[in-house]
Design a protein around this ligand. Structure first.
Ligand code: CP
Ligand code: NVA
Length: 301
């Protein structure tokens, strides 16, 4: 039966460990994997802009011997030109896998349901699993372990935060979250993660969340699709800016992460994102390596 990547919640601890093991092999010996997806094609159906997700999937697919193509928002127009089910059923006849970047998460679920080929969530308003997996892989690489490491996420309890919650729960990473009241991750997300053993603490106090953290992470205050709330959010999120003053509350030398794109001067300052402890571009690079592992696992079955 085909498998999708809709949410990290659907993966087992072993699935995540296996993805990380294969990622390490892919990074170490790129030449060994140049034909593993030969003859396979990946469709990228995107309803929102992208740099990292699009490019890392396209290059990753090429490096594995496969092909990919990109369908921009105006081309497929899910729900306008045709239904998500009809898009899925048609593409399934041509390609071996689909990456969907969309607004409503239900589009991912419906596409996965209707498609005969694996569907990968390339970001929805609910989650961003490829990001969460690459982030925890990056932490593993830096610390040579995951268990016992504390990550503090400061900001909006959004799609990226949700995937970090599930990725932390699957890997034993401690996660402290600081969000303004009303902007925390969904209760059901926290409950589901805790049920599988996740060590997650949520507060509205940014300094408290970063206290003793090994890594501090933030994301934009207004995600794609929420631009109309940007001005209001700037005021609400101001105390959650990742700046050198907030970092003084964290462990000395703590690492800094951001999924990118960054709104410099808003959720993160230049001195922090460009500082010596920032690993944001290692993190961005690992998107490709982790996704290559995901592609092999899903498309090569
Ligand atoms: N982090 C991330 O998904 O970046 P893009 O929106 O550029 O793909
Ligand atoms: N939370 C951000 C992540 C971008 C990669 C957004 O959805 O716009």
């Amino acid at each position: 039966m085909k498998k999708d990547l809709v949410s990290i919640k659907d993966l087992s601890n072993k699935d995540v460990a296996d993805i990380f093991e294969l990622t390490a092999k892919l990074k170490k010996n790129k030449a060994k994997f140049t034909k593993v997806l030969s003859g396979k094609t990946l469709a990228l159906v995107f309803q929102k802009p992208s740099n990292r997700t699009r490019v890392s999937f396209e290059v990753g697919m090429y490096q594995l011997g496969g092909n990919s193509f990109y369908l921009a928002p105006h081309e497929v127009s899910i729900g306008v030109r045709e239904s998500v089910q009809d898009v899925a059923k048609t593409l399934s006849r041509y390609v071996d896998g689909i990456v969907l970047r969309t607004f409503e998460h239900k589009n991912i679920l419906e596409m996965a349901d209707a498609s005969r080929v694996p569907v990968i969530n390339g970001l929805s308003d609910f989650s961003h699993p490829c990001q969460g997996l690459a982030d925890v892989y990056t932490i593993k690489e830096k610390f040579k372990k995951i268990k016992g490491v504390t990550l503090a996420y400061v900001g909006d309890g959004n799609n990226v935060c949700t995937s970090l919650v599930f990725a932390a729960a699957r890997t034993g990473l401690h996660l402290n979250i600081a969000s303004p009241c009303g902007y925390e991750p969904k209760k059901e997300v926290l409950d589901q993660a805790k049920k599988v053993g996740g060590s997650i603490r949520v507060t509205s106090d940014a300094a408290l969340a970063v206290k003793g953290a090994d890594v501090v992470y933030t994301d934009v205050w207004a995600s794609m699709g929420k631009e109309d709330q940007a001005q209001e959010r700037k005021k609400i999120f101001k105390p959650y800016q990742l700046n050198s003053s907030l970092l003084r509350s964290a462990k000395k030398g703590c690492l800094v992460m951001h999924c990118l794109p960054a709104h410099r001067g808003q959720e993160i300052t230049d001195e922090v994102i460009d500082g010596k402890n920032s690993i944001v571009f290692d993190q961005a690079e690992n998107r490709m390596h982790v996704q290559k592992a995901i592609l092999i696992k899903l498309l090569n079955r």
